[in-house]
Design a protein. Structure first.
Lengths: 333, 1217
């Protein structure tokens, strides 16, 4: 049985990939992923905005109160280097690459064109196999239109593609008006893969303290449906690979992802909840299911339930919507 | 950059120059922080952390000790054991080294101690420079070698090391504190090869051969008896005879290698001088400048610079002095009260006398016996200018020159002072002389240091930078004095004639004449939110008149707007620096801008590209915003510069302190100041600084009157009063009031008032406020708003508020935060940092016990903001009572306080004895009531005060001696509260021995340790309180050991009251601890978590961090009350819950920890793990101790639960609790 799949030009031993997560910030964890059978790993995101904020905060913290009072012209020692910026991240890439043989994909989460390019080049130099670009900027300015935002996204991808040689995957948010159209634009701009969809910290309210607090819940399998839906729609309409992330917990989820047209299914929450070893179980289950259902290869099933290939394509549109609703039964008291 | 002779040059200050040499020539460096020498140790520690090697390829070991005495001891041990060792110190620190210095010298052990000479505290502490410390050690046997400039300080550091190794006599190399230690100059550096060439490895080997080692055992440090001690002491004499020659030879070798020649005594001036000044230190440069001018006028004057002061080489001294000398003025930068004259003067008199009387080795021929006079100058960095030097030369011209004179002050008491010609100036017309007025927080000094580097590196110009700092830690004014020019800069004094003046803060114009030093035709740059067209009408008339009269070129730039728009916040350093270069013409504009950018890259590159880019943007925006003002022909403003204090202030405040506030303290005559150093309290209220851009505004409708904002306000600018509603009759129209939320005061009115002109804008109050609006969550019961529009009305409101009566203290619960807000603070408007974590505890102390408190204060932050002139924060109530405060030293504060306690007790004993003796006359009842008064409550104390008043009335016309005695001391019959206050540097380190002893004494003293976990006042050096994993000065690699548990150490005595508190963790607990400590009849120790600017985060979050410290288990709240033992209970009470927040959530919010994560992540991670173990282990110990039963098993005190912000029944509808 052939579990291999191709993603970003690499032949992966199976379609289970660890999606970007702060968990994979140590070589030992990354090695554990490989040992569990995971086919590739996306490293934690390097947040450009966070780097900038940290730089500025450090500067403020080191200069606060300085050069004011004769007895204390400074309050903290000035060190020669602060290992600032992406240095630690670049070190992680280097160490991960020498520790594992699966592809190591760097993840960049940036806000400005200048920042993207600089960091992309640095992570490429550090040895990553590919770059996943987390294209998410929260647009709070009411004067900015969706077209402007999408144009910016495409522009960034174009510039980035011309700046690095490694493949570039683009991770999208589902807060888009016309995802299929944007997918096409990004494809044309040169993206080697689209990763659907990102999950975010969402602000929550503490109603006792009247404070806004960030909260991130682990994903649930039902979140997969949104991804399946859009991958199925986009599949076959773009040249680039598609990947699903968010809601992949079981072998069944992986199978569905493949059938929708994804090349890989990315996991984090399930590995967090059940441990890295969970990947081994998923792969075993996957293999068992394929045997039971006499599938020869993953490739065989990829896209088999996409918009183009599903027996009833309309199911992805209005009809599906109506059926879903009508399938609910009002609970009797 | 190379200088005009082709030598490579560098730009640095005296401390760094000396550190560079001392570090490379030693193996063991024992350090302890003291201003102004602390930076030398900081450099050494940093370089050691970075792995820099000395000239033998070894990384020196830098070790911080618990005091200078400890540093000297460690140095003594290190050099006895054969290492090359050094230390750095000043002032009192040097005095603490004296015992070891005698030993080191007596044992003929080579070492060099580098001293930034600083005033010794006498009637007052002073951090500034003079030679009183150095002069105090001249009998130790150390060689005293002086250097006068930054270049010389570097060079002499090497010469001293070479000579000590050869002569075996230890050296004290000194240079003037601040004037040389902190002056930035362009110097020729010494390379490793230079150092190597001067150090004789043979001497080093000999030193090592003399080391104590079991391989060649000897015994040193014997006890000797009358039979041989004397002879053995004299055995060292030949070494001292040989020393001057060795020093001179070292100087000659140095000159051969570097081209810079020095001598034991250096004469400069007319070869046939008749009048000669003799001195040592930085003032020599000012004298040289004066001589140059005077010689140009044909005067025969000269200067003899003393470089090797001890051993005093009489022969060399006489040889250097011109035979034509008829009159000598010896200037000493010290005062030796009661002596015939100051030390150098006495030495010169002896030297010349011996020469003339045949006592010297060689006879000196003078044309006539020179007249020798001595004078004092420059104490505590008092300016010494060429004009003063001229005054001395003029005096020598008189037939009978005054002896034992002073110069630089007006002495209208002893009439010793010389008159100076204030118009006499030696400023070089070819130089650029620039003065910059800025705020500490706006980056002015940093920018100027940067400009000096740029000019020094990009041009062949000589450069000099000297910076005058404020005595306040918040809103501090800085004045930068920069000189650049083609000639070497010798001017060791402030600029009085500037051709460029910049004022970086518009509001300075209100109270300071920043143009006083501007010379005609100078350029004036002003940071102004008003553009070139509008600014004129907003500046005071005096300034307009000066601009016109002096024909100044006038430029404005809106620095704050540019900073804001380019993301620089409130730091305008780059912006104002760019403007300076753009209009000063020191460098071609384009070249200057390129240099600024290159410098930005160099300075900020290691912090990140973002900071660099923002600064680049600021450079461009600054140029675009710079505008020249068309100066009108006539002044038109109708307002003038405001007086420094209100005309209604007491005379002393107005005339004396007022002059100091306005920067005219130098003009005060001796008679203006009381001998002995006593000052009135309650003076800070007269110094209105207006430093807050935003101040808190009270929302009386939302406020629940919990008192938390009042409690935490570090500067006592938020106050609450409850008062009779009828008093609102004359209130200003904007004065706010609300119905009090106390049942007992319901018929009254309540007001929470902010002093707009005293607020520092720290925002701690807003953070402390627990109430949020239902309709807009960010709106609290107290909110920040811009100060200028509020200032007028709120000042009026504040004045009205102050006039409202204080509530009877007896009506309030002194253990409830809500009630304590209504107690009058007797500590206000200190110069502490905005958001200080220490001062709220001190304020609380004064609210609770201030009217009967005596405070012994260790040197440190609390003694500086507590007692630094011009105005001081301790104050008194309407009855004239308030804290009596004093600072002795850093090391002895506990003992100092104990002495006060003993005196208070003894005085009370005597008063009680007299009352007993007078009982028949004053009546049995009154005397019995006085003698057996219960003063354990506020009411009891008030009643005793009434009785004492009655006693005074009775004794009013007594004629008996004992009656008069009783009258004089009967106030001591009212219970006094003795507090010993200081920081962790004192309590954990230098003063620990005394603290420990006082804790064991059983005396009724209260000790408050304001624990910031570093030496805050000297800039954040590590103490034994510094936690594991934190970066601090002297612990640049992160502190590897755990914080000392001072509480447990004190608890181990069993009969000491101990509390560990954190106001932000539980304010009620803090309050309870203060009350319990004070009421405990024995030693009490309160260790108070004090957030500090040295922790590296915004102080507005201080309370949050305190809370996090408690919740993480890092700072467990506890009380140990020995009284509970008497009740059969466990005296140890753990008052906080088990850790509920990860330690890293607490620590990584502070740069002192997080910077290590960035610089050395692996060490940071390891230290965090160990710190987590510390927390867990300590918690286990505390928990098990708290769980121990008392003698009466099973009875335990209930811990204090955090007090809810409000009591529910008092909540207004809809306000969340």
């Amino acid at each position: 049985m052939n579990l291999t799949t191709s993603y970003l030009g690499f032949t992966l031993k199976n379609p289970v990939v660890a999606s970007s997560s702060p968990l994979w910030d140590s070589v030992s964890n990354i090695r554990a992923l490989e040992d569990s059978g995971v086919a590739a790993v996306v490293l934690p995101s390097l947040f450009e905005e966070q780097l900038l904020l940290e730089e500025e905060k450090l500067h403020r913290d080191l200069t606060r109160g300085t050069e004011s009072f004769g007895e204390a012209l400074s309050y903290l020692p000035m060190l020669r280097d602060y290992n600032r910026g992406p240095a630690g991240y670049l070190e992680l890439i280097g160490k991960a690459k020498s520790a594992v043989s699966i592809p190591v994909i760097a993840s960049l989460n940036g806000a400005s064109r200048g920042g993207w390019i600089q960091y992309a080049r640095e992570v490429e130099r550090a040895g990553c196999d590919a770059i996943e670009l987390n294209l998410y900027s929260l647009v709070t300015d009411p004067l900015r239109t969706s077209m402007e935002v999408e144009n910016d996204y495409c522009d960034v991808v174009r510039v980035l593609k011309s700046s690095v040689r490694v493949p570039v995957a683009v991770k999208l948010s589902h807060f888009l008006t016309a995802p299929a159209n944007l997918a096409g634009q990004l494809d044309v701009a040169g993206a080697n893969a689209l990763v659907l969809f990102n999950r975010f910290y969402q602000p929550d309210f503490d109603i006792e303290q009247l404070e806004v607090v960030p909260r991130l819940a682990l994903s649930q399998s039902q979140e997969l449906l949104l991804r399946l839906h859009w991958v199925a729609i986009i599949h076959g309409r773009v040249q680039c690979d598609l990947a699903i992330t968010g809601g992949v917990h079981t072998a069944e989820d992986v199978i569905k992802s493949m059938m929708s047209g994804a090349k890989v299914a990315m996991m984090t929450s399930a590995l967090l909840e059940k441990g890295v070893r969970h990947a081994t179980c998923v792969l075993a289950d996957l293999q068992r299911w394929m045997e039971e259902h006499e599938y020869e290869s993953i490739e065989e099933m990829q896209g088999s339930m996409s918009y183009r290939s599903a027996p009833d394509a309309e199911a992805f549109e209005r009809v599906n919507y109506v059926r879903t609703l009508s399938s609910f039964a009002v609970p009797r008291r | 950059m190379a200088d005009s002779r082709g030598y490579k040059t560098i730009i640095l200050d005296g401390n760094e120059a000396v550190a560079s040499v001392a570090y490379r020539l030693n193996e063991i460096i024992a350090i302890y922080p003291i201003t102004p020498s602390s930076p030398i140790g900081e450099w050494a520690d940093q370089w050691s952390h970075e792995g820099r090697k000395n000239i033998w390829g070894i990384v020196p070991r830098v070790v911080e000790l618990q005091s200078e005495a400890g540093a000297a001891g460690a140095l003594h041990g290190a050099i006895q054991a054969g290492a090359l060792g050094t230390t750095f110190t000043a002032s009192q620190g040097l005095l603490l080294m004296i015992p070891n210095m005698y030993k080191i010298a007596g044992e003929l052990t080579p070492t060099v101690i580098h001293v930034t000479s600083r005033t010794i505290a006498t009637h007052a502490l002073s951090i500034f420079g003079d030679h009183s410390d150095v002069m105090a050690v001249r009998s130790t046997g150390f060689v005293l070698l002086a250097s006068n400039t930054v270049q010389e300080a570097q060079d002499m550091a090497l010469i001293a090391q070479a000579a000590t190794l050869e002569s075996r006599i230890p050296f004290l190399h000194f240079f003037d504190g601040f004037r040389t230690s902190h002056e930035i100059a362009k110097i020729v550096p010494l390379s490793d090869e230079d150092l190597r060439s001067m150090i004789d490895d043979g001497c080093v080997r000999e030193h090592r051969d003399r080391a104590l080692t079991p391989d060649r055992p000897v015994l040193r440090g014997t006890a000797q008896n009358p039979d041989v001690f004397f002879q053995a002491r004299e055995a060292a004499t030949p070494f001292y005879f040989a020393c001057p020659t060795i020093v001179r030879q070292a100087m000659e070798r140095f000159a051969e290698r570097t081209g810079r020649s020095y001598d034991l005594f250096e004469y400069t001036g007319a070869p046939d001088a008749e009048r000669v000044v003799v001195l040592m230190g930085s003032a020599a440069s000012a004298v040289e400048e004066a001589i140059e001018i005077l010689r140009g006028k044909g005067e025969k004057v000269g200067l003899l610079k003393v470089r090797l002061y001890r051993p005093f080489a009489v022969e060399a001294f006489l040889a250097a002095l011109p035979g034509t000398t008829r009159a000598i003025a010896v200037l000493d930068r010290t005062k030796e009260p009661g002596a015939i004259g100051e030390p150098l003067y006495i030495d010169v008199v002896s030297a010349v006398g011996e020469a003339l009387d045949g006592g010297a080795v060689t006879q000196k021929q003078f044309v006539a016996r020179p007249r020798i006079v001595g004078g004092r100058y420059g104490l505590s960095s008092k300016e010494f200018t060429p004009a003063m030097a001229k005054a001395v030369f003029d005096e020598l011209n008189r037939e009978n020159p005054r002896n034992h004179f002073t110069v630089g002050i007006k002495d209208d008491v002893s009439f010793t002072s010389l008159e100076c010609d204030t118009d006499f100036s030696a400023e070089n017309s070819q130089s650029t002389r620039a003065i910059f007025y800025g705020l500490g927080s706006d980056g002015t000094v940093g920018a100027n240091k940067n400009s000096i580097k740029i000019i020094g590196e990009e041009t062949p110009f000589y450069v000099q930078g000297y910076f005058v700092y404020d005595s306040k830690k918040s809103g501090s004014v800085t004045v930068s004095h920069l000189r650049f020019g083609p000639q070497p800069i010798r001017s060791s004094y402030l600029i009085s004639k500037a051709n460029f003046v910049a004022c970086h803060q518009f509001n300075f114009l209100e109270r300071m004449n920043v143009l006083e030093a501007a010379e005609p035709g100078a350029t004036f740059l002003l940071n102004s939110s008003f553009g070139a067209d509008a600014v004129w009408q907003h500046i005071p008339r005096q300034m307009q008149e000066q601009i016109i009269a002096k024909r100044l070129r006038f430029f404005v730039v809106d620095g704050y707007a540019v900073a804001r728009d380019t993301g620089m916040g409130s730091r305008m350093n780059t912006i104002m620096q760019t403007c300076f270069f753009a209009i000063s013409g020191v460098l071609p504009r384009e070249e200057a801008i390129a240099a600024i950018k290159s410098s930005i890259k160099k300075s900020y590159g290691k912090l990140g590209e973002a900071v660099v880019q923002k600064n680049f943007a600021a450079v461009e925006a600054a140029l675009a915003n710079l505008q020249e003002v068309h100066v009108p022909d006539q002044a038109s403003s109708r307002f003038n510069i405001l007086p420094s204090v209100s005309p209604g202030a007491p005379t002393f405040v107005r005339d004396v302190l007022g002059a100091m506030i306005s920067g005219n303290g130098d003009s005060l005559p001796v008679s203006a100041l009381l001998a002995g150093g006593t000052f009135p309290t309650g003076t800070s209220r007269w110094e209105k600084r207006n430093i807050a851009l935003e101040i808190p505004v009270w929302d009386e409708a939302l406020c629940i009157q919990c008192g938390k904002c009042v409690l935490v306000c570090p500067h006592s600018v938020i106050r609450a009063k409850a008062y009779d509603s009828s008093l609102l009759g004359g209130a200003p129209s904007t004065f706010k009031s609300a119905k009090p939320r106390w049942r007992a005061f319901e018929s009254m009115k309540y007001t929470l008032q902010v002093s707009p002109e005293d607020c520092t804008g720290c925002q701690l109050c807003v953070e402390a406020c627990p109430v949020k609006s239902k309709s807009e969550a960010k709106h609290k019961a107290i909110n920040m708003a811009p100060q200028p529009p509020l200032r007028g009305n709120e000042t009026e409101n504040w004045e009205f508020f102050l006039g409202l009566p204080e509530l009877d203290r007896g009506l309030l619960s002194h253990t409830q935060v809500k009630d304590v807000q209504l107690l009058e603070p007797l500590f206000e408007f200190s110069g502490a940092c905005a958001g200080c974590g220490e001062t709220p505890y001190i304020k609380l102390l004064t609210q609770l016990f201030g009217d009967r408190a005596v405070i012994a204060n260790a040197t440190g932050c609390s003694s500086i903001y507590g007692g630094n002139l011009p105005t001081t924060p301790y104050t008194k109530n309407l009855a004239g009572r308030g804290p009596a405060w004093s600072n002795s030293l850093f090391e002895d504060n506990a003992e100092f306080g104990l002495g006060m306690r003993l005196a208070l007790d003894k005085r009370e004993d005597y008063a009680r004895a007299l009352v007993s003796r007078f009982s028949n006359e004053i009546g049995e009842e009154l005397s019995h009531e006085i003698l057996f008064a219960d003063q354990s409550s506020e009411a009891g104390i008030a009643a005793q005060r009434e009785r004492v008043s009655a006693l005074k009335r009775f004794l009013g016309d007594t004629s008996s001696a004992e009656g008069r005695d009783l009258l004089a001391i009967c106030d001591s019959l009212v219970k006094k509260s003795l507090w010993i206050v200081g920081g962790d540097g004192w309590a954990y380190d230098i003063g620990f021995g005394g603290l420990d002893h006082v804790l064991s004494s059983g005396a009724n003293v209260n000790i408050l340790v304001l624990d910031t976990e570093v030496y805050s006042n000297t800039g954040g050096q590590m103490s034994k309180s510094t936690p594991r994993g934190a970066v601090a000065k002297y612990a640049a690699a992160g502190k590897a050991t755990a914080k000392k548990d001072l509480a447990l150490e004190a608890i181990s005595y069993g009969d000491v009251y101990v509390a560990r508190v954190a106001m932000g963790g539980n304010d009620t607990h803090t309050l309870r601890a203060f009350q319990e400590a004070e009421s405990f009849d024995g030693p009490s120790l309160i260790i108070a978590y004090s957030h500090c600017i040295a922790h590296g985060y915004d102080m507005a979050n201080g309370l949050k961090q305190q809370k996090a410290a408690v919740l993480s288990g890092y700072w467990p709240l506890l009380r140990h009350d020995p009284r509970l033992k008497e009740q059969g209970k466990n005296p140890f009470q753990l008052d906080s819950r088990a850790p509920s927040v990860p330690l890293k959530d607490y620590v990584y919010a502070e740069a002192r920890y997080s910077m290590l994560v960035r610089s050395d992540p692996e060490t940071a991670s390891a230290l965090l793990r160990e710190a987590e173990e510390d927390v867990a282990r300590r918690w286990e110990i505390y928990e098990s101790r708290a769980a121990m039963p008392g003698r009466e098993r099973g009875i335990k005190e209930r811990p204090i639960e955090p007090q809810p912000a409000t009591s529910k029944e008092l909540l207004p509808a809809g306000v969340k609790q």
